[in-house]
Design a protein around this ligand. Structure first.
Ligand code: PLP
Length: 488
């Protein structure tokens, strides 16, 4: 690692990326890339001798960029965003450049302590109750993804429950989620040994805007208790993946407390909006939860990857996840005395971990709370504009209220007669394919009540109102082309 070469080649990469960001709007958001497209372009073995960075960047430009889906395009409205920003990139550079490995405090004191500070900062900004802050007896950790965070909380909940049951009790543990919860809960439950038949998917409906009701969870819990099972874990989502629906945290928290169930609040996407007071109502009752998570790498200007996980009882997490090989044991006086030392290896699955805290810290320092609130509100406003445009056009239907920045819609059955659900679904699929095929925008879909629904997730760092307005025009144009709109 020669510092001069490092400076020169890193500058070349930054210039390359600056050019990419300058022009990304002009590229088709989704490429036409056939499976195997790169294999035919690249040699089938690595070079024997190293090559120059400009040659490598030229190849990135010629072969890789054309086959990318451009997540940073201002016209990318698919899935949820993976925000990039100048501060997120600068923070990631610091993380990867310093390249320390804070698995124990001793392995990197500043990285560990910055993580604890940043987790308290984020918790305060998102309006979490004090019980999730280190200063309030809880604490937080940065994971790479919500999926990892969920597995860790499931393991903590399982071990807490098994300390009261015999080990065979694992066969009686039950996990509850809604039909809108992220699939990671099902996967996580399997990983920690909960029998597949003990995963309850509780239906939601339009009547509750696709949020859970405490009554429906209560029915499921009581039926399980009556048959000798042990309710273990309940997921409440603030901002579901498909529709942006919200589960009632307080009601579910009261039920969870009554039955000793671990309540996890998954705010992977919408957690970023919680920094605005107008969204705080959605986290009301969080003091009744055991854990909360959200992903700054989605909608908080923090480059991949970064997931915040807070727990009310760090001991519950660490007693499930800690291991103490001799070579990692702390020999310094303060850790030997156990003086509140956090060893983050005991808060996650892996041992090694990057210095993510510095990335989130740079984002928070560079944009501040006010800057981030303005950023979130701008997207919410753009999404609401799109929702109003749909509502004003009788040929479209808005499926669930746009609480954050996700708009969900199908084309309605059109003109005289009922074409039937299959025909309407086929038309909506055609519309999505036509929109994405144009290269002028990219959206994804979801199924709700058996119906195909198009999702438009607003939240790109470079997305402006004109992109949203152009996309509305594009949707209308393509709808006409696929034959949906007859009265325009
Ligand atoms: N939970 C929700 C509500 C999500 O929307 C997502 C991803 O979109 C996840 C969990 C999974 O997040 P990750 O990819 O960080 O594991």
């Amino acid at each position: 690692l020669d510092p001069e070469t490092f400076a020169r080649e890193s500058r070349a990469v930054i210039n390359f990326l600056a050019g990419y960001y300058r022009d990304v709007e002009k590229y088709p958001v989704q490429p036409e890339a056939m499976p195997g497209c790169l294999r035919t372009l690249l040699p089938d073995a690595p070079p024997e001798n190293g090559e120059q960075m400009d040659v490598i960047l030229e190849e990135v430009w010629r072969h890789i960029v054309p086959a990318l889906t451009h997540w940073q395009s201002p016209k990318f409205f698919g899935y949820f965003q993976a925000n990039a920003s100048t501060a997120g990139f600068a923070g990631e550079m610091l993380s990867t450049g310093l390249n320390v490995v804070p698995f124990t405090r001793a392995a990197s004191p500043a990285a560990t302590e910055l993580e604890s500070v940043v987790m308290d900062w984020m918790g305060k900004l998102a309006g979490l109750p004090d019980c999730f802050l280190f200063s309030g007896g809880g604490g937080g950790v940065l994971h790479g993804s919500t999926c990892e965070a969920v597995v860790c909380t499931l393991a903590a909940a399982r071990d807490r429950a098994l300390s009261r049951l015999s080990h065979e009790g694992i066969l009686r543990l039950v996990v509850y989620a809604s039909d809108q919860s992220h699939s990671t809960f099902q996967k996580g439950a399997r990983i920690v040994g909960v029998p597949r038949s003990n995963f309850r998917v509780i239906p939601t409906s339009a009547a509750s805007s696709y949020g859970l009701t405490a009554a429906s969870v209560r029915d499921a819990v009581e039926a399980d208790v009556a048959s000798g099972l042990v309710p273990l874990y309940l997921c409440a989502t603030v901002g579901t993946t498909g529709l942006g629906a919200v589960d009632p945290v307080r009601d579910l928290g009261e039920l969870a407390r009554e039955h000793g169930i671990w309540l996890h609040v998954d705010a992977a996407y919408a957690g970023s909006a919680l920094i605005c007071p107008e969204f705080h109502e959605y986290i009301d009752g969080a003091e009744l939860a055991d854990s909360v998570s959200m992903n700054p790498h989605k909608w908080f200007l923090t480059n991949m990857d970064c997931c915040c996980l807070w727990v009310a009882s760090p001991a519950a997490l660490t007693s499930a996840l800690s291991t103490n090989p001799e070579y990692l044991s702390n020999v310094t006086e303060e850790s030997a005395a156990g003086a509140g030392v956090v060893d983050y290896k005991d808060w996650q699955i892996a041992l090694s971990r990057p210095f993510r805290a510095i990335k989130l810290w740079v984002v928070l320092r560079r944009y501040g709370g006010a800057g981030m609130r303005a950023y979130i509100r701008r997207h919410v406003e753009m999404a609401r504009w799109f929702e109003r445009a749909l509502e004003a056009d009788e040929r479209f239907e808005v499926i669930a209220p746009t609480r954050f920045s996700l708009v969900t819609f199908p084309i309605r059955p059109w003109h005289e007669g009922d074409p039937g659900d299959d025909a309407v679904d086929a038309l909506n699929r055609k519309l999505l394919v036509a929109v994405n095929g144009s290269g002028r925008a990219f959206m994804t879909h979801f199924m709700v009540d058996g119906k195909f629904v198009i999702r438009m997730a607003v939240g790109g760092a470079m997305t402006r109102m004109r992109h949203v307005q152009d996309t509305w025009e594009l949707v209308r144009e393509k709808a006409k082309e696929v034959g949906a709109l007859t009265n325009d």
